[in-house]
Design a protein around this ligand. Structure first.
Ligand code: NAD
Length: 472
């Protein structure tokens, strides 16, 4: 692929710059994006249907990350001395995070700026060149970002290729040094299988089926408001959006009534709190999940199949939906939520964890200790307490999931290291008094070394109960 060869040449130049020089270029790019954010928001609005306000919020979040990546790359990745330890006391030791080379970034359509820039910004800040393939539904947004970059750095350090899955597959096969994929788990599996052929490393940011847990002592108004934002915002097309809500039985009816009141007042539209469904085929998935939930005995509290008026889907609140319904097991990616009662937080945690996905979760309670204890028991990459998506705007926090939500991390120091190769370097400082790393070593020296080794590491070991073979 020609773009990858061009990127490889540019990567050498880019990696050769100092952290400060790269930072300055990245910050100039950031300023252009921020100054022309209205223009970019228009492009995003036209491609995805998201309201301009949501597009601007997305750009603001993305720019915060870009700024952090630019300013923190040196601190996180620069060469640092490490202790060499007793056995290697003659060695000096240092660790440095070097760029990988060319990173292929494959993006989704739901957050066409925030999501891919979570990889692109960190990969560039770590000294790599990037070839970015935006979703086939948002090519102009990708092109806009690359054009703004070219104003700063005319060399092909960041390039965009457009097209559908075939273009993504070609990029995966083009010999890049790492693939950063964001999209569905199903496509993630295909990408990983293709990467296996060339042992190309890959970071997978997959989908989610995020749970919200509402404890009996929660601020129910705040929880209902957050549930509506996390569930219906961006038409529910958010990887870490709220799809399942588990509420302690004592406050279940009150919470449900509060959420229902908000849901009934929400009108999607061009300038509404959320816009149209971006992709027509997603509407059928949403319909399928709503139908399945109701067919299995779930209750429609707000809306139902009639809420689906393409290209819009009005908010749907379902209740008491069996856990084996597709509305509970698969990513819906629409403005629907299921609210189920639970007898305890323990039950809420085990139901939340029963998903194949594990991206994020939220917990509502006034008890901080209880919240933190609950968060630690969740099998997710992130948790927000008394808010939803709280982590998305904190650039120092890594983001990523487990299970079908993928692996590897973008954002934060881990996100910078994800696009780096740790390189360990030692240098011999003096001749070791006990030189055991030699073919001509003195057996007496090894003897002494073994004695010291046992003194350091075997002291306090449990003696075998009988003489002879351990375990005899
Ligand atoms: P998708 O899997 O359909 O496509 C994602 C990207 O992969 C697109 O650019 C597509 O062209 C490309 N692609 C398709 N087939 C390919 C192949 N065989 N080889 C290489 N590339 C290929 O996902 P989508 O519908 O665009 O995005 C929605 C999904 O993304 C949801 O599941 C959502 O949860 C997830 N998502 C995850 C995160 C996260 O950070 N975890 C963020 C946003 C979206």
């Amino acid at each position: 692929m020609e773009v990858v060869s061009k990127a490889r040449e540019a990567a050498g130049w880019w990696a050769g710059l100092s952290f400060r020089e790269r930072r300055n270029h990245l910050l100039t790019w950031k300023r252009i994006i921020a100054a022309r954010s209205d223009q970019l928001a228009d492009v995003m609005h036209a491609e995805t249907g998201k309201p301009i306000g949501d597009a601007l919020l997305e750009i603001m979040l993305a720019v915060e990350h870009l700024d952090w990546a630019a300013r923190n790359a040196e601190r996180v990745l620069k060469r640092r001395r490490v202790r060499s330890g007793l056995l290697a006391a003659d060695q000096g030791a240092a660790l440095e995070y070097r760029p990988l080379g060319v990173i292929g970034v494959i993006g989704p359509w739901n957050y066409p700026v925030y999501t891919p820039l979570g990889s692109v910004s960190y990969a560039l800040a770590a000294g790599n060149a990037v070839v970015f393939k935006p979703s086939e539904h948002t090519p102009a947004t990708g092109e806009w970002l690359a054009a703004a970059w070219r104003e700063v750095v005319p060399r092909p350090v960041l390039q965009v290729i457009t097209g559908d899955g075939a273009a993504g597959a070609a990029l995966v096969a083009a010999g890049v040094d790492k693939i950063a994929f964001t999209g569905s788990a199903a496509t993630g599996r295909k990408v990983m299988a293709a990467c296996a052929a060339s042992l190309t490393p890959v970071v997978i940011e997959g989908g989610g089926k995020d749970a919200m847990i509402v404890a009996a002592d929660a601020d129910l108004d705040a929880a209902a408001k957050a549930a509506a934002f996390g569930g219906f915002g961006n038409a529910g097309q958010t990887c870490a959006g709220v799809e399942r809500i588990y509420v302690e039985r004592a406050v279940y009816p009150t919470f449900l009534a509060k959420l229902a009141a908000i849901a009934e007042s929400v009108q999607p539209g061009e300038d509404g709190p959320y816009g149209r469904m971006t992709v027509a085929t997603q509407v059928d998935i949403v319909r399928g999940h709503v139908d399945d939930a109701l067919a299995r005995g779930g209750r429609a509290v707000v809306g139902g199949p009639e809420s689906i008026k393409p290209p819009y889907v009005f908010p749907v609140v379902l209740a008491e939906v069996p856990e084996d319904s597709t509305a509970m097991t698969e990513e819906t990616f629409g403005p629907t939520v299921v609210v189920n009662p639970v007898d305890s937080l323990d039950e809420a945690v085990s139901l939340a964890n029963a998903s194949t996905y594990g991206l994020a979760a939220s917990i509502f309670t006034k008890n901080r200790d209880k919240a933190l204890r609950t968060a630690r028991r969740l099998r997710t990459g992130a948790a927000s307490i008394n808010s939803v998506l709280g982590f998305a705007g904190v650039p120092a926090l890594p983001f990523g999931g487990v299970g079908d939500s993928g692996f590897g991390r973008v954002h934060g120091a881990d996100g910078l290291r994800e696009f780096s190769r740790p390189q360990s370097v030692t240098w011999r400082r003096f001749t070791a008094p006990m030189d055991v790393m030699s073919l001509s070593r003195d057996p007496a020296v090894l003897d002494r070394a073994v004695k010291i080794f046992r003194m350091r590491h075997a002291r306090g070991a449990v003696r075998p109960r009988s003489e002879g073979h351990p375990g005899a």
